[in-house]
Design a protein around this ligand. Sequence first.
Ligand code: SAM
Length: 282
Amino acid sequence: MLSYQHAYHAGNFADVHKHLTLFAVVDYLLRKESPITYFDTHAGRGRYPLAAEETRRLGEYRHGVAPLWRERAALGQESLLAAWLAALEAMQPEAVTLSHYPGSPAWLGHRLRPEDRLWLFELHPAEHRHLDDQPLPANAQRVHGDGLAGLLDRLPVATPRLCALIDPSYERKAEYREVADTLRAAMRKVRHAVMLVWYPLLPAGRHRELLEGVREGGLRKVWRSELRRHEPGAGEHGMYGSGMLVINPPWGLDERLAKAMAEVTPRLGPGSRYRSDWWVGE
Ligand code: SAM
């Protein structure tokens, strides 16, 4: 039984970390002309009105995207963060007001070229109905089904390049292992694929199973980045940070994101820290 709804968390610090990383990767991929097949294995609703009751209830965007949005005029116009915020602005119904936070389908959909393809998977029936209502280009295909199986079923792809975002809710502990197994199987079929995997940093440290599974999987280049809101205190159970793995990251991603995150962290609060390293390889 699925109960997670991303609308409660839309635009929070983890979304900023995830979508900024995704934006940067796509930016690098678009420097070449050859077509790309994208997969978004856990798509969610696609777009989140900030006035929706669920999103207002926890108001997590107020400590995530909102302070960055407010200060966007002060950011260097050449920076990755400024480009990301300009894209965010272009996705608003009224440019000067932040009223909607785009989910990964929107971040991928708005840069899709006619020669590219996008597969969006969502298993939750109600979330999928929302996704179905989103305006997306014709070459974005929505599937009501399991994203990990859906990805493996469609490999290899017809385009020369492939990029996948794997962003589960980790409601089941087994998902950490399933994601590592899927990565291993997918990379065996498409060795040059660029894969992004999001994971939560919880005091229970469950993400270690994913990281170990990836290390044991024989993958060659795995880059890791983590954004922490604070260090977890005794007795704390909630998410204190956001992690991303990028398999086969584009050259230069590390430096570009580090610069963007140096602008992000001071705006998220005094305890915020960002770090990145090679988890496997390099
Ligand atoms: N990627 C989205 C974004 O960045 O905007 C957020 C996704 S949210 C963290 C995870 C989503 O995965 C939820 O909407 C959940 O219903 C869905 N989900 C859970 N298990 C799934 C599965 N096996 N296959 C596809 N979707 C699944």
